[in-house]
Ligand binder design. Structure first.
Ligand code: BDR
Ligand code: CA
Length: 306
């Protein structure tokens, strides 16, 4: 199984993606943090607390950029709560953050194992953009690069833009132009991966793990028989664990950085018009398969955590 470096902003769905990693014993090369859903101090504190709560071992947690390259801050505290993980209170971490900066860590980690590490970004793309700007060979060293972000059908923070791209459109533009193939897992598919009442019921009875999963999902959105919050970030990580879950379509993707009403929009051209694709865009998802993977992982992790 490929090693994964996760760049994230936990974040309820980031946290539930980390739980997927823990439940599948996915080998992690590191967890880097970025300001996004809430400020960098909180996303880093959450990542540190989750590392211990989810029994992720001694994987390094490294703090990165606190805000976008150019723009002022926006956050999603109204969705994820002021702490970033709803009203869940995890035991504070006992082990410290790794020394150094996430941008350096990303470069050094990929350089040390060329072709071996898959990079998964589930927050704004600030750390990744600065890494690839400082060291363009990051784009060659990476095995695969997967993001949760963007869409070709709609936005969520506004009609045009998805939150992770809107938070730092200039970073996203750098990342999509870096010469690698970005696997873009956007709202088009993640909005199908909903926590419904039957799924929430499956998350109960998992011991300590339920104390994270159930209130986090309930905080994230109203759960009904056939609707509920979408676990966006977990879909991106699920793709790494089982590539058969997503249908990927080659496309040329540009990020709007100038539009008054459309900044942060991912402009996705499936027709290519003579351009080479710079992305594989998720256009379909096996929802039942996704939940089978998720719930299997959560059951195993629940047993382990007691
Ligand atoms: C993305 O935005 C964040 O709020 C979530 O954590 C996810 O990464 C969904 O648009
Ligand atoms: Ca996120």
């Amino acid at each position: 199984m490929t090693k994964v470096l996760i760049d994230c902003d936990p974040g309820i769905d980031d946290a539930l993606a980390l739980a997927l990693a823990a439940g599948t014993s996915l080998p992690l090369a590191g967890i880097t943090t970025v300001g996004g859903n809430v400020g960098l101090g909180l996303t880093t504190a959450n990542a540190l607390a989750l590392r211990e709560f989810l029994d992720l071992g001694d994987v390094p947690v490294v703090a990165g950029c606190s805000g976008a390259i150019i723009r002022g801050p926006i956050d999603a505290a109204e969705v994820h709560g002021t702490s970033g993980i709803g009203d869940v209170v995890l035991p504070p971490a006992t082990r410290p953050v790794h020394e150094g900066h996430a941008v350096d860590f990303i470069i050094e980690t990929l350089k040390a194992s060329p072709g071996e590490i898959t990079l998964v970004a589930t927050g704004p793309l600030t750390n990744i953009a600065l890494a690839v700007r400082r060291e363009p060979r990051v784009a060659e060293w990476v095995r695969d690069f997967v993001i949760m972000g963007g869409s070709y059908t709609r936005g969520n923070t506004n009609p045009a833009a998805e939150f992770n791209i809107l938070t730092d459109p200039e970073a996203a533009a750098i990342v999509f132009g870096a010469g690698w193939t970005v696997t873009m897992v956007g709202l088009d598919v993640t909005l199908q991966a909903l926590v419904t009442a039957p799924i929430l019921d499956e998350m109960r009875g998992l011991g300590r793990l339920s104390e994270l999963l159930v209130p986090a999902c309930q905080y994230y959105g109203v759960v009904t028989a056939d609707g509920g919050p979408a676990l966006h970030d977990a879909v991106a990580l699920a793709h790494v664990l089982d590539p058969s879950l997503l249908t990927l379509t080659p496309a040329a993707v540009d990020v709007e950085t100038a539009g008054v009403h459309t900044a942060g929009m991912t402009v996705v051209d499936f027709r290519l018009r003579g351009r080479s694709p710079n992305a594989l865009v998720a256009t379909g998802v096996d929802v039942a398969g996704f939940w089978k993977l998720m719930l299997g992982a959560y059951r195993r992790l629940g047993e382990r955590l007691g």
